[in-house]
Design a protein around this ligand. Structure first.
Ligand SMILES: [Zn+2]
Length: 405
């Protein structure tokens, strides 16, 4: 019997009962290092979209998807060649005025792993969260690079595409554009392949430029977790998505998947409760989606025609390239300034991107509201149903809401 079969029969590695986050972190790191397929995380976990709460989940590490996605990127060039583009961009942009991130920045492949939810309860399984970032997810603060890695709930991303984004595209775009957008990912070919390949680029981009966060923020950047976090996170997200699009232009399919996810899913979350602004004043991913829409409309990346919307790859790429240069220039300019000066300059740029109400709060552009109204038959969150029922430790109301009780 192969060792892989053994691991499937005696599969579950329980990482933490009610013990400390450090135990969970070490257990998960070891589980990943020893190539375990099934990883159980029980205890207090924080997602990127939900605060720390009781959770008990079993993840299936998808080695095949990881390999498929890396091969997908290798069609462009091998990883060292891709990361060399980031290094070159960062050094060129620094231009002697800032500190290039490349000094000490990791250039290997991101420690980011795709996984599927096979069992569980709570906010990590309800479709709100796509990522688990360690060590933050288990409440640990650590400067040890080995403690910084992430898991992507790849089936949640896939469900967002199949339940929200693709139906939205089919509903709103004219047939030729639908073919161009969806034609790269026809039924039967997993869209997770593109989502995870895009995530590898996205995580790599978080290491470069003035908005970088891995392994640390840029020297002189005063914005961050404790001051101006919404603005910092927003420009950081724009920066890394724009790097992926502009530095790897051979894969417009990845650009489309991430752009349409942001516009159709992330910026739309909360629309039914707040049709004026959804969550764009609170959620950096949402704000960026609305900003992308506005820029795409202005540049002709999305054109409204009597037959439906039209998509234009070249115009979308030009938008991303412009965004990259703008946020990079702002970032370089503010490094070393006082926190208030930094925030003021970023707010000035953000205020010019989206309309605002009388109180200065951002609102959704009118034509985006109309699009979201036209999509009202589609869910705002994907429905996720882990297939395995276990005697979950948090077997309570949350579990019944998840539909597995
Ligand atoms: Zn990010």
């Amino acid at each position: 019997m192969s060792s892989q079969n053994n691991s499937l029969i005696r599969p579950v590695l329980t990482l933490v009962g009610n013990s400390r986050g450090e135990t969970a972190l070490a257990g998960l790191r070891d589980g990943l290092a020893s190539s375990r397929r099934l990883l159980r995380l029980a205890g207090t976990l924080a997602g990127t979209k939900t605060p720390a709460s009781a959770a008990d989940i079993v993840l299936y590490r998808d080695f095949e998807m990881e390999l498929m996605s890396r091969n997908h990127l290798n069609l462009v060039c091998a990883w060292p060649g891709i990361i060399e583009r980031y290094v070159s961009f960062d050094a060129a942009q620094a231009g002697g005025t800032g500190t290039p991130a490349t000094v000490g920045a990791p250039t290997g492949e991101p420690a980011h792993y795709p996984a599927r939810l096979v069992a569980g309860a709570g906010p990590l399984t309800n479709g709100e969260n796509i990522f688990l970032f360690m060590p933050y997810a288990v409440g640990v603060v650590s400067t040890n690079p080995a403690d910084h890695f992430s898991m992507e709930l790849i089936d949640v991303g896939g469900a967002i595409m199949s339940q929200i984004v693709w139906p939205g595209v089919a509903h709103l775009f004219e047939p030729g554009s639908q073919l161009e957008i969806i034609g790269d990912t026809p039924p039967g070919l997993p869209v997770e392949r593109a989502i995870y390949a895009q995530s590898l680029l996205h995580e790599a981009g978080h290491r470069f430029g003035p908005w970088r966060v891995i392994p640390a923020q840029a020297p002189g950047m005063a914005l961050g977790p404790h001051f101006g976090s919404f603005e910092f996170d927003t420009l950081g997200e724009i920066s890394t998505d724009a790097m992926a699009a502009a530095l790897v232009p051979e894969r417009p399919d990845l650009m489309r998947v991430t752009a349409l996810q942001r516009i159709f899913a992330f910026a739309r979350r909360g629309f039914s409760a707040n049709p004026t602004a959804a969550r764009i004043n609170e959620d950096n991913d949402s704000w960026m989606g609305a900003c992308l829409w506005k820029r795409f409309r202005s540049a002709g990346a999305i054109r409204l025609t009597p037959f439906g919307w039209e998509w234009n790859d070249a115009a979308a790429l030009a938008v991303y390239t412009a965004l990259l240069n703008e946020v990079d220039a702002i970032g370089r300019r503010i490094l070393g300034r006082t926190p208030d000066e930094q925030l003021a300059q970023v707010r000035e740029w953000m205020n010019a991107q989206l309309p605002r109400d009388a109180n200065g709060r951002f609102v959704l552009p009118q034509c985006l509201r109309e699009a979201y109204y036209a999509m009202r038959h589609l869910p705002e969150q994907p429905s996720i149903r882990p297939p395995v029922a276990l005697p979950i430790t948090t077997r309570n109301v949350e579990f019944r809401i998840n539909g597995n009780a």
